[in-house]
Design a binder for this molecule. Structure first.
Ligand SMILES: *[C@@H]1O[C@H](CO)[C@@H](O)[C@H](O)[C@H]1NC(C)=O
Ligand SMILES: *[C@@H]1O[C@H](CO)[C@@H](O)[C@H](O)[C@H]1NC(C)=O
Ligand SMILES: *[C@@H]1O[C@H](CO)[C@@H](O)[C@H](O)[C@H]1NC(C)=O
Ligand SMILES: *[C@@H]1O[C@H](CO)[C@@H](O)[C@H](O)[C@H]1NC(C)=O
Ligand SMILES: *[C@@H]1O[C@H](CO)[C@@H](O)[C@H](O)[C@H]1NC(C)=O
Ligand SMILES: *[C@@H]1O[C@H](CO)[C@@H](O)[C@H](O)[C@H]1NC(C)=O
Length: 407
């Protein structure tokens, strides 16, 4: 070993070492910066104007690491200095707070049956600062905040027709629905009618009185009607009139033909309001029976004015027959029947088997015919086999045959 060499080497070793140390330190620092992240809003609550009796919901979505804690605070209008914390069940249980902490903190504040006193500033506060609840800290520095203003206005008063049932005995007498806007602090713009949540075309007007005429009051005209008034400086106000009728089944599958092992689908559609409660039964020699679902193959799905019965993996012995759907509401009931036919597995093969059988029979006939014909043909073999057999030779052959026969 030459003593000079280590000195020569050492500086080279030191440089890479310090670089590596720096890289590692920097990495740890970066990791720290990435892992600890201050709270930040992804979604903050939005200001809204509402009418008395309505409901509102405010959303707050916060990101951060660790997941931030969320609180809701309330300050009366023009008194933003005196905020009070809200809790779930406050204001005689009209306040609800639902918060979920996952990667983000997400919270929904809801207030139902609004009163004029609910107007004010609602604040979502979030923090993941470890010292956020330390009373010596200034909350303005440890919590982030997002505000929304909720204005609650007096709901205008609407006088509307009573809920009604469509007359069955006088189906050609028009029925008239009415709404009167009686008191409103706001300038009213327009009115229109809705049926089952859809605007009725051509029903717009600008008077404080509005009516809608049902010319042919049949079950398909039943439903939930609503008159809506719009205002210059306030949200729309509305009144609902329920127009009821007994159910009437307007569509169903009369028959369903399936193969065993396949699935069958039967359905029924109705008009009438309220939407019916649907049931399905099976008719056994005219006797209404519950559907036996011990095999777990029967599925019923109902959607307001529509019902569907699905039968999976059809059984040729137990499933065929008459099925009955029953729609009933407070005013009456209606039923219809559907026939389910189930064919055997082989059914789709029958035409093919038929063709096969025909071919086999044909082949047998030809073979038998050829066999019976061949002894007569043997003598003909003596004749010179010309490349072209013409009709004349056939006629000649026939003559020979006839001559032989006469012999
Ligand atoms: C609405 O007002 C008219 C008169 O302005 C009245 O004839 C009608 O009965 C009122 N309707 C309702 C539902 O209050
Ligand atoms: C409806 O408006 C008219 C004038 O536009 C007014 O005379 C009447 O009193 C109002 N009716 C109600 C019920 O407010
Ligand atoms: C009708 O009024 C209710 C209560 O004010 C409100 O929640 C609803 O959105 C209104 N519907 C329409 C279609 O205006
Ligand atoms: C069934 O209800 C839906 C929505 O409620 C409606 O769009 C549809 O027209 C209704 N069908 C019948 C047959 O009434
Ligand atoms: C029939 O049984 C299956 C399986 O247990 C079940 O999922 C289905 O809801 C049942 N259908 C009816 C109409 O009860
Ligand atoms: C339909 O179901 C209702 C309620 O279960 C029942 O009262 C009514 O008798 C049934 N109607 C028929 C025709 O089966």
């Amino acid at each position: 070993m030459i003593p000079g060499l280590p000195n020569d080497r050492n500086p080279r070793m030191v440089v890479p070492c310090s670089v590596m140390l720096a890289v590692v330190l920097f990495g740890v620092l970066m990791l720290h910066v990435v892992s600890a992240q201050n709270a930040g809003f992804v979604k903050s609550p939005m200001s809204e104007t509402k009418l008395t009796g309505d409901t509102f919901e405010l959303y707050c979505d916060v990101i951060g690491n660790p997941t931030p804690e969320i609180q809701w605070w309330y300050g009366e209008i023009n008194r933003a200095d005196s905020f009070k914390q809200l809790w779930d069940g406050a204001r005689k249980r009209r306040v609800s707070i639902n918060t979920a902490y996952g990667n983000n903190g997400v919270s929904v504040l809801g207030i139902t049956r609004l009163t004029l006193e609910d107007s004010g500033t609602y604040e979502c506060r979030a923090s993941n600062n470890p010292r956020r609840n330390d009373l010596r800290q200034n909350p303005a520095l440890t919590w982030i905040r997002a505000q929304a203003t909720i204005s609650v206005l007096q709901k205008p008063k609407i006088d509307s027709s009573e809920h009604m049932t469509l007359p069955t005995e006088t189906p050609n007498t028009p029925v008239i629905l009415q709404c009167n806007l009686t008191t409103t602090p706001y300038k009213h713009l327009e009115s229109f009618w809705m049926k089952n949540d859809e605007e009725i075309p051509g029903s717009r007007g600008n008077l404080n009185y509005t009516e809608y005429k049902i010319n042919k009051p049949r079950a398909d005209e039943s439903g939930e009607y609503m008159c809506v008034y719009t205002f210059e400086m306030a949200p729309p106000a509305n009144a609902t009139i329920e127009v009821k009728a007994a159910p009437d089944i307007t569509g169903h599958k009369r028959s369903e033909n399936r193969n065993e092992g396949q699935a069958a689908l039967l359905y029924c559609k109705s008009v009438g309001y309220p939407h019916p409660i649907w049931t399905w039964h099976k008719l056994d020699n005219g006797i209404v029976k519950e559907i036996d679902n011990s095999s777990g193959r029967f599925y019923i799905s109902n959607k307001d004015n529509y019902t569907e019965l699905n039968i999976l993996n059809l059984d040729i012995n137990s499933d065929p027959g008459k099925y009955q759907c029953n729609a009933s509401n407070t005013l009456g009931t209606a039923t219809t029947q559907s026939i389910l036919r189930v064919r055997s597995y082989l059914a789709p093969l029958w035409p093919l088997l038929g063709v096969l059988a025909e071919i086999i029979i044909l082949v047998v006939i030809i073979v038998v015919y050829e066999k019976r014909k061949s002894p007569d043909d043997v003598p003909e073999d003596d004749e010179p086999a010309g490349p072209m057999k013409t009709n004349s030779t056939n006629n000649h052959k026939d003559k020979n045959l006839r001559q032989r026969n006469t012999n």
